[in-house]
Design a protein around this ligand. Sequence first.
Ligand SMILES: Nc1nc2c(ncn2[C@@H]2O[C@H](COP(=O)(O)OP(=O)(O)OP(=O)(O)O)[C@@H](O)[C@H]2O)c(=O)[nH]1
Ligand SMILES: [Mg+2]
Ligand SMILES: [Zn+2]
Length: 303
Amino acid sequence: MSPKSGQDAQVIATFSRRMNLRLDDGREVSARIKGKRLQPVCGDRVVAEPIENESDWLITDIHPRRAELTRPDSRGNREVLAANVSLLVVTVADPPRPDWFVVDRYLAAAAIMGVRAVIVFNKADLEPTQPGATAVLDDYARSGYTVLCTSAKTGSGLDELCDVLKDEVGIVVGQSGVGKSTLINRLVDEGVLRTAVVSPSSGEGRHTTVNSVMLDLPGGGTVIDSPGVRDYAPALESPDQVAAGFREIANAGLRCRFANCRHLREPGCAVKGAVESGLISARRYESYKRLLHLTEKLGKNRY
Ligand SMILES: Nc1nc2c(ncn2[C@@H]2O[C@H](COP(=O)(O)OP(=O)(O)OP(=O)(O)O)[C@@H](O)[C@H]2O)c(=O)[nH]1
Ligand SMILES: [Mg+2]
Ligand SMILES: [Zn+2]
């Protein structure tokens, strides 16, 4: 048998089934994937080998993942969006009109993945069009989340964002148009981004749709730019996981009469009590219920 020529590498950009890799010796190469069943994503640690007489490499294996950001695909199956991230930077702005349920679901995803999340309210230079954003952000802060207000236009809040990303592998997520790419552009050396986002496909050298791209920050840390979403939900194993995604609900839930309380209509529910007394925001509770019902519905499709 010929000696194994595989090398360890990290996926630093994905273009559908083509990827950019950074080999552990520092070289950056483009790669294809061996077989349909192998589904590497940005952030994955992989094994790759050179293809004879080609500049492309071939990804032959994926190392076990530490954390997976997931969503259900159209059939309710679990789709992995990024791997080995340590921080979710959940970005929101106004405009586009904030969808706080999307924010809640990313926060829930982070908690269930076991990674940290921060909330970034971008476009702080603009006059908000929707009332109430400040109150919602205050609610998050009261629940213990770090909330940063930034402007990719004026640069305000960017030092704080750099600090948060230092020593982390962060992924910037959120609705389309909130300014994820613009923010990241300001954080990285411009030349870095330009080379990283050029698609390796077909030699045209044009910028094409990028699923995700991972970039090193000059001040330390790494950040993944991800495509914006209209809606988002984490792919969960069971509805029982949902409460763990809402930290104030999980905390209050420790005092419910029944250990398996779903915080809907059960007697002696401490969560309902906390909502009624205003300790837990009615909006967050509504968000919890929506994700619970969605997870139940998706579960039914699957089994
Ligand atoms: N005024 C203002 N405009 C901003 C700011 N950040 C981004 N924008 C603008 O918002 C628009 C969308 O920015 P993008 O960075 O493309 O948004 P995105 O979140 O990456 O969007 P997707 O890639 O579609 O998910 C652009 O026109 C930016 O110039 C900001 O802080 N202030
Ligand atoms: Mg973008
Ligand atoms: Zn309860």
